[in-house]
Design a protein around this ligand. Structure first.
Ligand SMILES: NC(=O)c1ccc[n+]([C@@H]2O[C@H](COP(=O)([O-])OP(=O)(O)OC[C@H]3O[C@@H](n4cnc5c(N)ncnc54)[C@H](OP(=O)(O)O)[C@@H]3O)[C@@H](O)[C@H]2O)c1
Length: 343
């Protein structure tokens, strides 16, 4: 089978996927019988190029590394915008990897809706559209007979969503609780090593884990958005960001961290959702976790998620929650899942 990909956005994740296809495209074709061809890319600054014969990932990556854009790609049609690329190119899968906006979901929401409307499968790692419009988008995909997948929105390539919905098929997820933001876990780890909150934040910024404006991470917004996706997708809830009780880590002091340790606990920014009658209670807050629990031993920028299930009790998955190739892997695993479903 051939997937003819349109990449909307060519930043970290788009390039991470290109890198995987450059290095392993042939292996993927031999092993799974799926030929993933990048046919079109559209990005406002890095450039847009479409060649119905397929684009060479090695050339694309070399160009973007050297020039910061792909405008000098040899041949192809240049300059199509994202909607033209989605609607007018000979592609069958749209990979939507533009920046997350949790207030409007745009531009990703319009990209995804447009792609589904014109009958193309969609894979995305963009949290905004899924947190805001999961049900609507899934209904549209079903109506149009195409598939929408979004593994990368929660733990990057660490398979949180497919673990719950596919590997644990048949079991009910009664509760989710996890460390779904690497930046804050890194800061808390550094505070345990003796740094103040301010120094730990500066270190996170120096290493590129935290943005210049760290609000989305340290105030718990990023974790809350991922929790909305988890609760709605994995637990069948219907909540929005407004339903999440949220407290970040800015009020956590070194003394709090040390006090907890003396009591055999570690402070973690835990995102949790659990059923209470017909409601799902969702909360992001610094939480004391007993050192005996797997989540307490997840350090640095690593993420982890515990699913509390009816048939298996607790199942915990630990792994990276960000990164170019890591999130490229999320996209690849979704592409392969679509391929399995279509075969
Ligand atoms: N990186 C990770 O580790 C990671 C992990 C999990 C999920 N995600 C999510 O995955 C998505 C992509 O992340 P990323 O790290 O690749 O972001 P990124 O490096 O900022 O790349 C996004 C790219 O999309 C471009 N873009 C903006 N508006 C566009 C439009 N209308 N049409 C086409 N392209 C557009 C951006 O161009 P400009 O530079 O001009 O804005 C940028 O090149 C985000 O939603 C992010 O939250 C990322």
């Amino acid at each position: 089978m051939e997937f003819r990909l349109a990449l909307i956005g060519f930043g970290n994740v788009g390039q991470g996927l290109a890198r995987i296809l450059r290095d392993k495209g042939r292996i993927i074709r031999d092993r799974y019988g799926l030929d993933c061809k990048i046919v079109a890319i559209s990005d406002p600054i890095k450039g847009s190029v479409y060649d119905e014969g397929g684009l060479d990932p090695a050339t694309l990556l070399a160009l973007v590394e050297k020039d910061g854009h792909i405008n000098n790609y040899p041949g192809g049609v240049k300059g199509l915008d994202s909607l033209e690329t989605i609607r007018e190119t000979d592609t069958n899968v749209v990979v939507e990897v533009t920046p997350t906006n949790v207030e409007t979901g745009e531009p990703g929401l319009t990209h995804i809706k447009t792609a589904l409307e014109v009958g193309k499968h969609v894979v995305t790692s963009n949290k905004g559209p899924i947190a805001l419009a999961y049900r609507e988008l899934m209904a549209l995909a079903e109506k149009k007979g195409v598939i929408l997948r979004f593994e990368g929105t929660v733990l990057s390539g660490t398979p949180a969503i497919s673990l719950a919905t596919e590997a644990l098929a048949g079991a009910d997820v009664l509760e989710v609780k996890g460390i779904v933001n690497g930046t804050t876990n890194f800061i808390l780890t550094k505070m345990e090593e003796g740094m103040s909150y301010e120094d730990a934040l500066r270190e996170a910024q120096r290493l590129g884990y935290a943005e210049a404006d760290p609000t989305a991470d340290v105030e718990g917004w990023d974790a809350a958005v991922k929790l909305v996706i988890l609760a709605n997708v994995v637990m069948g809830a219907d909540i929005t960001l407004r339903d999440v009780e949220r407290e970040g880590i800015t009020g956590v002091t070194r003394e709090d961290v040390e006090d907890a340790l003396r009591d055999g606990q570690r402070i973690k920014l835990i995102a949790s959702a659990r059923r209470e009658g017909s409601r799902v209670i969702a909360r992001v807050a610094p939480t004391r976790v007993p050192l005996t629990h797997p989540l307490a031993n997840v350090m640095g920028a690593t993420n982890a998620l515990t699913l509390v299930t009816d048939h298996l009790g607790e199942v915990t998955i630990v792994g990276p929650g960000a990164g170019r190739v890591e999130t490229g892997q999320a996209i690849l695993s979704d592409l392969l899942a679509i391929h399995r479903l279509l075969r």
